[in-house]
Design a protein around this ligand. Structure first.
Ligand code: NAP
Ligand code: ZN
Ligand code: ZN
Length: 373
């Protein structure tokens, strides 16, 4: 099988011949990989800053955002058949008896840090011809989402964040967490920091949930990301043209801030404009070099007197994958052109090493295993 492998020790990225995975248990599924999305984590791995090969291997097959077509199912697998489209989950439990989240099937909340992640940490990923995994780590995707299903994994970030948000806002008796999903955010404002794939998918999810949504991001408008935002009814305000006071004048004080820029200084500045009873959701992962001196007493005062909440979120559980598939379907029905436009370009596998090492431009690059470009 062809695969894109990262060799951390000899600092190379190569298309290699990789043995086909054996399907060894009746609960396993074999699927042909159709598409693999590329994100910042992959680029970090390709710079050899992150990424750990499986034990006994000198390389890691990269890729964790996938869409595949089932070709074989084990005898004990229910509800999955050849021809079905599937997305395979990324994280696996740490296996430590003292890790309650992993034992409860919520390895996205793992407390030991010893979890395994396909394509990232200690298990091969999906940028290869075939994938085999246990059916409980595969989520079905309807055929109508063939062109955008590869966005499921990045959308799980927003999906988990929204799940957490609604649980948290259950504390506010006038918010009806059981309302129609498109109505829960109605009458509330959201600001999304950053207009990369994580920010844009977050903005779509917040908009779909009924929020009046504004993206606050660096590049001056007009630009392709601002146009895409406009087309889904999301306001775009550039931090190059407008300071925070102007953001508040334009967008109002937000009830939710969804941070997806990965820049700590900017995030802490924007936290200052969070509205009363508001929730600040961190999804970005800043580099270690960034530092900021905070006016800690002002921040604590604001948070206490404003009943505010800050939450961070990483990875996602099976429930978030299933709801991300449903949400992607809703996006596809409502904004078919815009969702498809999140995928900037499809590249053949042979181009993946160059793609992974080149600076990213556009929104989401995808490697297409059947060579469609
Ligand atoms: N929590 C999780 O599970 C999870 C999973 C995957 C990724 N992430 C993290 O999520 C973050 C976003 O990922 P991504 O792939 O969407 O990243 P990305 O493509 O790099 O997008 C970052 C966005 O932030 C904007 N930005 C950068 N610096 C800014 C500044 N100083 N002020 C305002 N906007 C600024 C960029 O503006 P331009 O458009 O002008 O470049 C861009 O739109 C990353 O930190 C990533 O590590 C988290
Ligand atoms: Zn990713
Ligand atoms: Zn664990």
């Amino acid at each position: 099988m062809r695969a894109v492998a990262v060799f951390p020790q000899r600092h190379s990225i190569e298309v290699i011949d990789h043995p086909a995975p054996p399907a060894s248990s009746p609960t396993e599924v074999r699927a042909n990989v159709l598409e693999v999305g590329v994100c910042g984590t992959d680029r970090e791995i390709a710079r050899f800053e992150y990424g750990i090969p499986p034990a006994g291997n000198d390389y890691l097959v990269i890729g964790h955002e996938s869409l595949a077509e089932v070709v074989e199912v084990g005898d004990a697998v229910d509800g999955m058949a050849p021809g079905d489209l599937v997305v395979t989950m990324v994280r696996r439990a740490c296996g430590r008896p003292d890790c309650r989240p992993c034992r409860a099937g919520r390895q996205d909340f793992c407390v030991t840090g010893d979890f395994i992640e396909r394509g990232i940490k200690e298990r091969h990923g999906f940028m290869t011809d075939q994938v085999v995994d246990d059916a409980r780590f595969m989520v079905k995707v309807p055929g109508e989402l063939r062109a955008v299903g590869v966005l499921t994994e990045p959308l799980t970030i927003a999906q988990k964040a929204l799940d957490e948000l609604w649980r948290a806002q259950d504390r506010l008796p006038w918010i009806n967490a059981d309302a129609d999903p498109g109505a829960r955010g109605r009458g509330h404002r959201a600001v999304v920091l950053g207009a990369g794939p994580v920010g844009l998918l977050g903005a779509m999810a917040l908009r779909e949930a009924g929020f009046e949504t504004t993206i606050y991001s660096r590049s001056p408008a007009p630009n392709a990301k601002a146009d895409l935002a406009g087309a889904i009814g999301v306001r775009y305000v550039s931090s190059s043209d407008h300071d925070l006071n102007e953001l508040v004048e334009i967008a109002g004080r937000p009830d939710v801030i969804y941070e997806a820029a990965g820049v700590a200084d900017v995030a802490m500045d924007v936290l200052n404009v969070l509205g009363p009873n508001g929730v600040f959701v961190f999804t970005g992962v800043p580099g270690p070099e960034q530092a900021k001196t905070l006016d800690a007493s002002a921040l604590v005062r604001q948070m206490v007197l404003g009943n505010q909440l800050i939450l961070g979120t990483v990875n996602a559980g099976r429930g978030a994958y299933e709801s991300a598939v449903a949400t992607l379907g809703a996006f596809h029905r409502r904004w078919p052109v815009e969702v498809a436009a999140l995928i900037t370009k499809r590249h053949p596998l042979e181009e993946a090493p160059d793609l992974l090492t080149a600076p990213s431009h556009g929104i989401k690059d995808v490697v297409s295993m059947n060579g469609t470009s």
